[in-house]
Design a protein around this ligand. Structure first.
Ligand SMILES: [Zn+2]
Length: 171
């Protein structure tokens, strides 16, 4: 799965569902894909579960803050789009981004699910539109990243990575 094709897929999904306003309505996209979301009690270290034994279901940890729940839903939708034939139940533990930062990294399906989630919740054109409002945005300004994170309803960490990956500088 190439990065470009992930972007094409998420962009088509956003267009098909009419999701062009912030924050992106990830529940609407799930429902468009006929995936049911349940926010339930899960062990603290479990972020999300994709269960495709019968009807596709995503379980997310209701104790986690909303930006994290939204990212978990998008991440599991990524698995649903690309990997659900690899297993019937997929369980995601811990913070995806914490794992990415480690030198070992993650296996390819986790990277792809993260790229899908980042592209879905933080579309490149919307990020660039928002950042253009800050004429003096040169280096990664923590206040601006926090404002952007709030606008997109994602974590500050996820937003920081996204902006960085789009080629903006990082102190
Ligand atoms: Zn995963």
């Amino acid at each position: 799965m190439q990065k470009q094709s992930i972007q094409t897929i998420t962009s088509n999904l956003l267009n098909s569902t009419g999701c062009n306003e912030l924050p992106i309505d990830v529940n609407k996209i799930a429902s468009y894909l006929n995936v049911t979301i349940y926010a339930i009690e899960l062990p603290e270290d479990i972020s999300g579960i994709l269960d495709v034994r019968t009807e596709p279901i995503i379980l997310i940890n209701k104790e986690h803050v909303l930006p994290r729940q939204r990212f978990s839903i998008a991440h599991e939708l990524g698995h649903y789009q690309f990997h659900h034939l690899l297993g019937i139940i997929h369980v995601d533990k811990k913070s995806y981004y914490r794992n990415i930062k480690s030198t070992q990294g993650l296996d390819i399906i986790e990277i792809e699910a993260n790229q899908f989630a980042a592209n879905l919740l933080m579309p490149e054109d919307l990020i660039r539109n928002e950042l253009e409002k800050y004429e003096d945005f040169i280096d990664m300004d923590e206040d601006i990243v926090a404002i952007m994170a709030a606008k997109f309803n994602v974590s500050v960490t996820a937003m920081g990575f996204r902006i960085h990956n789009l080629g903006y500088s990082w102190p």
